[in-house]
Each structure stands twice: as C-alpha cells, then as structure tokens.
Design a protein around this ligand. Structure first.
Ligand code: NOJ
Length: 597
C-alpha cells in the first residue's frame, strides 16, 4: 500500500495528498549460537551504544537501478553502490536501505520477486552483496534490505506451480476464489475490489478455474498469510539475509497482508482515482487486525539476532493512533520504525500542521521513536511538492532542517541532499513505469522520482554510467545539480545537509534531547527547543512563509534557561542574533538553529 504524493499548484493553496494508490508462525528452528554471534558482529559495526543505533540514525534510501552503474549497462548495481560508500560516509549516513535487489521479473522494478534468496544478475551476485556489506561495515554503515511479504512475482516458482493445478502444494500460498456467476451466467470476480495499480484486483486462471487476488499489478499475486506455510517460508527468507549480516528490513506494503475472509464488497467512496477506477474504502483490504499477530512474531524472530536489527514499515496510515498500533502501542513489540510521523501530511509547508504532528508523535506513540520521511521512489520529490517556484532552494533547506533536528529517526532518499528534481516524462512513449503507461495522462507514473543520481559533469550521464543508454534519462540540469559541484560550493544544499547531519551527530540536545514547542500560536514559524538531560539546549526556528517573521520564543515562559543564543547554523546567510526572545527577524523561509549557553 502506498500513498502517492503529488505536486502542489504553485501560487494556489497546496493540494492535499492525493490518495492515488491506496496501495498496500512460526519462528522456525533456533539459530545456531555461532551463526548468531557471527551475524551479530556483522550487523554491529560501531561500538555498542546505550540506545539502539536506529533511534537517532540517518537512513539513506538507495534505488539501486539509479544510484551508480559500475559495468556500463545503463542500470545501477551493487558494485556501483560500493563505489559510492565513501560519499555516503562523508555525508554521515548510519544505514542504507536498498530497494529490492532479488531476482525479479522486473515488471515493478524489483517489487515482483522470483527468488528471495539470491541477487538479480542485473545487480550483481551474492558475492558482490557480501563484499558490499563488508565495505559498508568498514565505514560504519549498516545495510537494510527491502522485504516484499505481501506478494511474489507471477514468475516465482511457487506461483507457477500454484497456477498449474488446484492440487499443487503451493496453491494455498496464494489467495484463490471461484468467483461468482454474473447475470449473463459468466464467471466473474467475487467482489468489486480494484488493484491499486489499476483494474480489477482479480485475475482468472483457466487451468485452475479460479481467480487469484493481486493488490498491485496482476503480475504480483498476493500471498495467503492465513496459510502458516507462507509465514514459515517468508521468515526463512528473512533469516537467510539476517544471517549474512543485514541490519534489518523495510517491509513493503505490509499493511496489505490480509484481506477480508468473506471477500465482502468494498464500500464505494464516490468518484474515480487517477487510474480511472472507482474510489473504494479499503476496510476489507488493508490494516486488518490479523496482521499485528504476524508483526509480533516477526519482531520476536528479529530479536533472536543480536545487533538491534530493525523493522521499518511501509505503513501509510490515516492518523497517529493507527501508526501507534504498528509499534505495538505500549507493548513496543511490533515494528521499531513504521512510516511515518508525517502521516497524510501532503504538500503544504505549514507550521501548524508540522507542529501538531510533532506534538502527536511525542504524546501518542507511547514513547516510541518517530520516523520522518519526505522523499522516496514512489512520490514526487519534496523539492517539487513543497517548492513554490520562487523560494525552492530555501524551502529545501527547511525540509532538511526539520528532518534532521526534530526528535526522530531521519530517512532520506538519494538525490534529496543535492536537490534533485522530479523529472516526469513528457511523452507516454518514454514512460517505463507500468503505472504511468496505464494511467497516462492522469497518472504519469513514478519515473520522475527515479531518474539516475547526478554525480558530476564528467559525461552526459552525470557520472552515473558510461553508456548513453541509461534505463531512465539523466535529468538535463545535472551540469549544475550534481554532487561534485555542490561539494565544492560551501553554500550548496549538499553542504547544508552535511552540516546538519554532523550537528545532529555531535550535539547531545539534537541527538537525544526532549522537544519543547515554542511560540505555539505562530502560524508562520515552527519553533522548538531540544533539551538534553543535562540541560544542553538548542533552539530551532523555521520560517515557513514567504514573508519576514519575528518569532517570539519566550524561553523563560517555556521553562528554559533564558540566555543569549549562539547561532549554530542559519540560512540564508548569517542572521542577526537578537536576544533571549530569539532572532530579530527571519527572512522568508529562513532557518535558524542556535544553542543556549
Ligand atoms: C511499495 C513500493 O515502494 C512500490 O515501489 C511498489 O510498487 C509497491 N509497494 C508494490 O510492491
């Protein structure tokens, strides 16, 4: 399941997030002690910390097709990622999450897996993966894999067998139904459910005389999580990677594992979505209570491995209360980092909304760790969603500052740190994402946010590849928007990210301090303090408006030691210090981060 965030209309009040894609037991044998120890060593590169490593981590998402091509075939690969580890280390990331690298039919670019225990030759070999893991570990970078539990490819041996005969031992691995007879006496799907990627969610297989369910493309049949064999098989796949030393998983579409056992019709909500299908309630296809039992067993399995392995969830939810359930509420026994604290936030850079969300994350998550995410490979980039066309560069700095100074684990997506833009295809014949091919022109797909990483100006492929035939075109602005030129410019967005990440790492208050909201009635400026247990205090003010603003921080009233603030970071340029009440004035979209001495 996922929600697609689309661009807001510059000059108009931003459009709320479009819910285009409402997409989305057994622990098995004990792990031999030696394997557990070996894996623990593998997954724990840095000295053990008092708190689990992921609590204050900066996690960096890599879309492997588009990160770095090492063999000149136009598609990124594992050796390419290894070549760029020094860059990631300098940036200051603690972990990388790599989108699926397993053998795949590549209909959904890796999210349709044909073998869970191997590497797609397009990306390299298992030996390449192990080498990458080792190289990352040397740089204190953990590796998190994407795990697709909801569905396999229709080319997976399980499904090929399941679709051959109702007697196959794998038949019950998937969700089958005979459907019903329509008015004309023809066999029809059992209900009105639609795929989040367009059309009916049911596909008829004549060989077995039944329909199978697919929440996503028809090439992605849903697994039947009511069958304990499925859980056993998928947990075994995860153990395969845990024992190699991965630090955890990002669980794809994990809210979608179960469907209503009675297959009841989904209540219509009125209107149609971008794929032209009726908008339907997802009460029977998403977030069913049974999923939490699986999550608890999965967490218990993860916890048998040393090294604080982490579960991140692709859990687009309606509100903070629903999000809390995915942590396991007060029990804290499900995912450590379900996505995410900014639920349903949409495109608006709005101080009140951010303030409310951050406060909720402090009060409604039973002290679980919030996770902040602005960008990924499924959504229009934050540069384009939040930008107003005039102050885009400054707005990108606000997004970075919020991501890295709020009390939360931070997840960023490749290219976000250099201000890569969304480059949506302009002609349907150029589209690679089937979603865009089917949905054109209402839905142009996700190619725009997946274009190759822009490394330098060394060739027309921005250093991503040596071949001009890259799987998606390199965006034309690569000559100015690239890692190399931004690294050389002290005022670049890249260096802003580097400074923020370094500050977050080295400053106790920013790392682990509690949050105190300041100036809470201010609709234009989001201000908060981070206060460590020993009283170190950092204040952050983000002017989310196109006008200059003078916040009233009134630290004494907030119970904070009121003293002269010293600027740690500010943008644009140095800002006047003001006094204990804060800066004199914040220019449009300014960021001010200061410590109290
Ligand atoms: C979410 C992934 O992020 C997206 O890219 C994919 O298409 C769907 N899940 C289906 O696996």
């Amino acid at each position: 399941m996922h929600m697609r965030l689309r661009r807001s209309t510059p000059g108009l009040p931003a459009v709320a997030a479009t819910l285009l894609l409402l997409v989305a037991s057994l622990v098995g044998s004990a792990i031999p002690a030696a394997a557990t120890r070996a894996a623990a060593a593998a997954a724990t590169p840095a000295a053990p910390a008092a708190e689990p490593w992921w609590r204050h981590a900066v996690i960096y998402e890599i879309y492997p097709r588009s990160f770095q091509d090492s063999n000149g075939d136009g598609t990124g690969d594992l050796n390419g990622i290894a070549q760029r580890l020094d860059y990631l280390q300098q940036l200051g990331v603690d972990a990388i999450w790599i989108a699926p690298i397993y053998p795949s039919a590549q209909v959904d670019f890796g999210y349709d897996i044909t073998d869970y225990d191997a590497v797609d030759p397009m990306f390299g070999t298992l030996a390449d993966f192990d080498r990458l893991l080792g190289e990352a570990r040397r740089r204190h970078i953990r590796v998190i894999l994407d795990m697709v539990l909801n569905h396999t490819s229709d080319q997976h041996p399980w499904f090929l067998d399941a679709a051959r005969s109702g007697d196959s031992r794998y038949h019950d691995f998937y969700v089958w139904t005979a459907g019903k007879l329509d008015a004309a006496g023809h066999r029809a799907p059992p209900n009105n459910w639609v795929s989040l990627f367009g059309g009916s969610a049911w596909e008829f297989v004549p060989a077995v005389g039944e329909f199978y369910y697919h929440r996503f493309y028809r090439q992605q049949p849903d697994l039947n999580w009511r069958n304990p064999e499925v859980e056993r098989a998928m947990f075994a796949a995860m153990r395969f990677w845990l024992e190699r030393g991965v630090a955890g998983f990002r669980l794809d579409a994990v809210t979608e594992l179960f469907e209503d056992a009675k297959l009841r019709d989904a209540p219509p909500l009125g209107g149609t979505n971008a794929q032209g299908d009726p908008n339907l309630s997802d009460i029977y296809t998403k977030n069913l209570p049974e999923v939490h039992d699986v999550m608890r067993r999965l967490r218990a399995m993860m916890d048998t491995y040393a090294g604080e392995r982490v579960l991140i969830g692709e859990t687009y939810l309606a509100n903070t209360t629903d999000l809390d359930a995915w942590y396991g509420g007060a029990r804290h026994d499900e995912l450590q980092l379900p996505m995410d604290t900014l639920v349903g936030l949409g495109n608006r850079l709005d101080a009140d909304t951010f303030r409310r969300r951050l406060l909720e994350s402090q009060t409604e998550l039973h002290h679980s760790q919030p996770l902040l995410v602005f960008d990924n490979h499924d959504n229009v980039r934050s540069w384009d969603r939040f930008g107003d066309g005039v102050h885009d560069a400054q707005i990108a700095r606000i997004v970075a500052a919020l991501l890295l100074t709020a009390p939360a684990t931070a997840l960023l997506y490749q290219g976000q740190e250099i201000g890569q833009r969304t480059a949506t295809p302009t002609r349907v014949e150029d589209v690679r994402d089937p979603l865009g091919i089917r949905g054109w022109p209402r839905d142009k797909g996700r190619d725009g946010e997946r274009t190759p990483m822009q490394w330098d100006g060394s060739n027309a492929q921005a250093g991503f590849s040596t071949t001009p035939h890259t799987w998606l075109p390199v965006t034309a602005d690569y000559r100015s928007v690239n890692v190399q030129s931004e690294a050389a410019d002290p005022e670049s967005l890249l260096n802003w990210y580097r400074r923020l990440i370094a500050l977050r790492r080295n400053n106790r208050a920013l790392r682990e301090g509690r949050m105190v909201m300041l100036d809470t009635a201010n609709a234009s400026v989001l201000s908060y303090a981070r206060v460590s247990t020993d009283g170190e205090t950092v204040i952050v003010s983000l002017n989310m408006s196109p006008q200059p603003q003078t916040p009233s921080l009134d630290l004494a009233q907030a119970g904070l030691r009121s003293s002269h603030p010293r600027t740690l970071l500010s943008s644009p340029g140095p800002l006047p210090h003001g006094d204990a009440k804060g800066p004199v004035s914040l220019p449009p979209y300014a960021v001010w981060i200061a410590e109290l001495r």
